[in-house]
Design a protein around this ligand. Structure first.
Ligand SMILES: C[S@@+](CC[C@H](N)C(=O)[O-])C[C@H]1O[C@@H](n2cnc3c(N)ncnc32)[C@H](O)[C@@H]1O
Length: 312
């Protein structure tokens, strides 16, 4: 796989540099220790973690019916989701704007050997997908398209490459959430004054693992959506279904750090986090899972391209 420069756009270049830096800081060691056997073990843990937390990766994706389906993942990051679906029999194509992320995903396909025969990861841009119209049964993307400069165009691309009747499974950040209004807008935007210093204050306030001093690059873009905003983005689709999730006390500025120590002591951690976050996932309380449904930070979106859908 050769590294290409998919765009001259300065913001996209910032996006690639940022995500490259995040994963270099948080993740590389986990990949270095992987072999075929340990990858399969880690994928089992990953699926168990997804099921435990009712994650979109297993709730909205038909994981047990993926055999023979052509699935596109946009922005695989560490490549764990793509590898899981490949191991379940999906014909995976994975595209990430950051070369090292496409490479990490391809390495996982290679480690899966025959189980991932025909699966491929490549570097490319969600806003200009290098695929013909109507070629995928499912397009999956978790926490990616709110970080690209033109989210609307990326969703139109998802629609274009889906087969008629195909399914989009996409997570985008939710504006009507505790995390947005309290953690981000009130604490970080207003009290810390971020919103007066930068037009991109939300980007600056997200995906910033403060304690990891090795991360030096800030996030160029994050946006989040109301229910109405999601409706407008997916206007060409039918059967639009939305589910909120992901509420964590530990994200509350300052107090969250104290809570996180208590949470890990009380509930423990799950090894399923290693493959996708580079570290075990701190198990959340039932209260957080419940609150996630009411005021979580994630919209888990399922929508279908109409059977007679034409490309936009
Ligand atoms: C938050 S990470 C999500 C990783 C993975 N989906 C997960 O759930 O763990 C965002 C990923 O999207 C990629 N990305 C951002 N903008 C993109 C674009 N326009 N096209 C393709 N990939 C993009 C980044 O390089 C990064 O790997």
């Amino acid at each position: 796989m050769n590294e290409t420069s998919p765009t001259q756009d300065a913001t996209k270049q910032d996006v690639r540099i940022f995500w490259g830096a995040v994963y270099d800081a948080a993740y590389t060691e986990v990949d270095r220790d992987l072999n075929s056997a340990s990858l399969l073990e880690r994928l089992g843990e990953l699926e168990a973690m997804f099921r435990l937390r009712r994650h979109m990766a297993t709730e909205e994706m038909p994981v047990d019916e993926l055999g023979g389906k052509s699935v596109l993942e946009i922005g695989p990051g560490a490549g764990g989701h793509s590898a899981l679906y490949a191991a379940k029999g999906a014909h995976m194509t994975s595209i990430d704007i950051t070369f090292s992320r496409a490479q990490a995903t391809q390495t996982k396909f290679d480690l899966l050997g025959d189980r991932a025969r025909g699966c491929a990861a490549l570097q490319g841009d969600a806003e200009n997908l290098p695929f013909p119209d109507g070629c995928f049964d499912i397009v999956y993307s978790n926490g990616v398209l709110h970080h690209t400069p033109d989210t609307e165009r990326a969703i139109d691309e998802v629609y274009r490459v889906l087969k008629p009747g195909g399914r989009a499974v996409i997570m985008l950040y939710c504006k009507t959430s505790f995390d947005y209004w309290f953690n981000r807008w009130f604490c970080e935007g207003l009290l810390l004054g971020r919103m007066f210093r930068s037009r991109n204050w939300l980007g600056n306030a997200t995906e910033w693992p403060g304690a990891r001093k090795s991360q030096t690059v800030i996030n160029p873009i994050t946006r989040c959506y109301t229910r109405g905003g999601i409706g407008r983005l997916f206007h060409q689709f039918e059967d639009l279904r939305l589910r909120k999730s992901e509420f964590y006390f530990y994200l509350i500025p300052k107090l969250g750090r104290i809570y996180r120590r208590w949470q890990i002591k009380h509930y423990g951690v799950h090894p399923g986090g290693l493959l996708v976050y580079g570290e075990p996932w701190p198990i959340v309380s039932g209260v957080e899972v419940f609150l996630g449904r009411v005021m979580g930070w994630a919209w888990n979106i399922v929508a279908h391209k109409p059977e007679r859908g034409d490309a936009p």
